[in-house]
Design a protein around this ligand. Structure first.
Ligand code: HAM
Length: 421
């Protein structure tokens, strides 16, 4: 019979990799915590309207990538394609703005986008997401970016490239829209079909097109950064000065627009050379109008998301540092020895030791091999004779030396030996 496999673009995280995920998540919790962020756990399903209104009707995500379905109650629901919209929904729904002027939240979990699967691109992927609400201060932008870089460094990613840009605000963007519309209208014939449509709906999106012809046209197009109003200019300069204070190298990429429509002012992306085409490991930016657009009070905010699959793929995390190895293997020969091992092994585990045994009645040679494969520090060799004499052999797997070990107080003796390691 043919086995049932996972859905295309959805993947399993197996032991060996899952420990690296735990390590990365642990570092995120530690560092985000140091910066004053607290965890919020959110549902995966939201009302479709939430994403339409926040991410933007004319973005790729909303136009073609959402997993949307009509629930039995006739309500249109969507499996979240990103977390920022959900964080804003919760922030408003629970009135979090009322209790504190500055709200710092992080959330970890799966997102769903029906993109074409390829290396580093999945239809279910996981993000570490951080959001800070309640401040327009450019120092906050630098602080949030600094937190991201500190976290990436903590998992060994030190050579990633940080690119920043300013996407302006409602005061300066409309004028630029006119300029870019006029410029690209003249080059309309060279644009792909999607971009011709974007020309009237959302011309900034053309900067994000991956089609070579469009990229070439955009390469000579006017840039938003040249049209920033005084306030946005000053803000962008201050963000850069802030970053310089912390040894956080960055480049200004005036063509970076990000794939979501809620951004204002600062936008940023972190890329690495190790990933091929899907090279962004993190992206984020400021969204000063988003909460208001969702019906809430003025609450400027900034945040980012890290793609966990991509980060784990590039972070140099050695197996030895994350994959737990048993400290002791009990090689038991014969039924009575196995019964003894069953009790001893579980008593040791209950006291916090990493012990392993085998009830498969295998030969001493194969049990020694298993102990070796698991990377155990010690092996206790236990047969009928050892039981009779109440004395077994404890083998040090590092130097192959052996020492006798009395069985009457084996538990405490072993715990003593393991605690000195
Ligand atoms: P985003 O740039 O769409 O931003 O996604 C952030 C990161 O998620 C990307 O840099 C990438 O590492 C990962 N990612 C995105 N799509 C996929 C995929 N199909 N497969 C694997 N990884 C993927 C956001 O989602 C914004 N909500 C970030 C943000 C938070 N902005 C402000 N606050």
């Amino acid at each position: 019979m043919k086995i049932i496999t996972a859905v295309r673009g959805f993947k399993d995280i197996l032991p060996g990799e899952s420990e690296k995920w735990q390590f990365v998540e642990g570092k995120a919790r530690e560092i985000f915590g140091n910066f004053g962020f607290r965890e919020i756990v959110l549902p995966i399903l939201e009302k479709t309207e939430l994403f339409r209104r926040s991410i933007g009707e004319t973005t790729d995500i909303v136009e073609k990538e959402m997993y949307t379905f009509v629930d039995r109650g006739d309500e249109s629901l969507t499996m979240r394609p990103e977390a920022t919209a959900s964080v804003m929904r919760a922030y408003l729904e629970h009135g979090l703005y009322a209790s504190e002027s500055l709200v710092k939240l992080y959330t970890i979990g799966p997102m769903f986008r029906r993109e074409r699967p390829q290396k580093g691109r999945f239809r279910q992927f996981n993000q570490l997401n951080a959001e800070l609400l309640g401040s327009k201060d450019p120092r906050v932008d630098a602080e949030v970016i600094l937190m991201l870089i500190t976290f990436l460094r903590s998992v060994g990613v030190a050579d990633a490239r940080l690119e920043i840009n300013s996407l302006g605000c409602p005061a300066c963007r409309p004028a630029f829209r006119e300029v870019i519309h006029k410029d690209l209208e003249e080059k309309r014939d060279g644009l792909c079909e999607d971009c011709r449509r974007r020309l009237s709906t959302n011309p900034l999106r053309i900067f994000d097109c991956k089609v070579e012809g469009c990229k070439a046209i955009v390469a000579t197009a006017p840039l938003l950064i040249e049209f920033l109003c005084g306030e946005c200019r000053e803000h962008f300069d201050a963000v850069q000065s802030g970053l310089r204070l912390f040894d956080t190298p960055f480049e200004v990429n005036a063509r970076m627009v990000r794939g979501l429509d809620y951004y204002t002012k600062t936008a940023f992306e972190v890329t690495t050379g190790a990933l091929g085409a899907q090279n962004a490991i993190a992206g984020g930016g400021r969204y000063d109008r988003l909460v208001e657009e969702l019906g809430g009070p003025e609450s400027p905010g900034i945040g980012f998301a890290v793609g966990l699959e991509r980060l784990v793929a590039v972070a140099p995390i050695p197996d030895e540092t994350v994959i737990p190895r048993p400290e002791l293997f009990i090689a038991a020969l014969g039924k009575e020895a196995q019964d003894f091992a069953f009790v001893l092994c579980n008593r040791l585990r209950m006291k916090g030791a990493l012990a392993e045994t085998d009830y498969g009645a295998r030969s001493l040679k194969s049990q020694m091999k298993r102990s070796d494969k698991l990377g155990c520090r010690y092996t206790l060799i236990l047969g009928e004779r050892e039981l009779r004499e109440r004395k077994a052999l404890l083998r040090d797997m590092k130097d192959s030396s052996q020492q006798p070990l009395g069985l009457d107080d084996a538990e405490n003796t072993i715990l003593g030996i393991l605690s000195t390691e």
